[in-house]
Design a binder for this molecule. Sequence first.
Ligand SMILES: Cc1cc2nc3c(=O)[nH]c(=O)nc-3n(C[C@H](O)[C@H](O)[C@H](O)COP(=O)(O)O)c2cc1C
Length: 362
Amino acid sequence: MPTLFDPIQLGSIQAANRVFMAPLTRAKATKAGVPTPIMVEYYTQRATAGLIVSEATGISRQGLGWINGPGIWNDEQVEGWKPIVRAVHEKGGKIVCQLWHMGRMVHSSTTGEQPVAPSVSTAPGHIHTYEGKRPYEEARALRLDELPGIIEDYANAARNAMKAGFDGVQIHAANGYLLHEFLSDGTNHRTDQYGGSPENRIRLLREVTEAVIKAVGAEHVGVRLSPNGSVQGTMDSNPEAVYLPAVTMLQELGIAWLALRESRPVSEFTFAETTEQPKLSPQIRKIFKNPLVLNQDYSPEEAEEAVETGRADAISFGRPYIANPDLLRRLKEKLPLQKDVMTTWYGAELGAKGYTDYPFAP
Ligand SMILES: Cc1cc2nc3c(=O)[nH]c(=O)nc-3n(C[C@H](O)[C@H](O)[C@H](O)COP(=O)(O)O)c2cc1C
């Protein structure tokens, strides 16, 4: 069996090792969603990861409600990404773009319109807006005639990502955002062909994945799911019933890799809801034949064990990559890990603080 430090092929991407950087929203782009120069340094510092998955990146203004989140729907944003991708490549790294429509998890003051979702609903809690913290607003249900436009937004964003030089894209279907909201019976109460049965709830993910594959080729496409648990209030009463068919569908479409964020009964993740719902990765592993990337709360030892026993092909690290730009070396040489500081996770106003100032091991 391979180790964490062995290379792996994901479709057309030759990753030098199996220590991946999980997608991490850091909110350093301009208000127009254009990446900024400090992001070049941040990503290049982390270029020894086998694969970097970019922070979630908006496919449209409607879908991007995170303040100072980056987008990839227009040329200016593509130009902003180019120096980042080039610099990562110059360091020998690989980077894919995570494609994001936030569904109901946005605020009209940022997107300019009422949030949209599969069904009328309101996300729990508060959202940061340019005018301060606000409660989430009620989302309206997407009309059937709007879905082709959203599917095209994903395809356009995928084409733009390839124009920017990315090695591929990851469709973000996890963490309570639009595609996850369609998958879950907690948020999808539609009575048309996009709601009800698992097959219907999977339909939008299928159509988006087909369109993205058509746009850039399956060898460049990965998908991220959060099958168990209830991230940001989106959950399913019976995850197995919808996620096993979803993974079968993704396998049939031939995506290059699948990434799972799995909740646990106990987590160090401060605000992710924990869950007693069992992990589905053992079952998913049997269905999905291309590389499987697992995530959440992996210690170095557990990550090594997961790859060496074949439970996963690679592990992605989120918080450890915030605080340890040289995570690969620290894992290889068993050096101590630095701890991330939650108060500096997000915020354009923080500049380098908690972003590019975590030291490398001496
Ligand atoms: C600051 C921060 C931002 C995140 N942003 C994203 C994101 O943009 N896209 C995504 O899919 N997950 C996002 N996540 C979730 C991480 O990718 C990952 O699943 C989570 O940190 C658990 O992994 P860990 O235990 O290795 O930290 C974010 C997590 C953190 C802490």
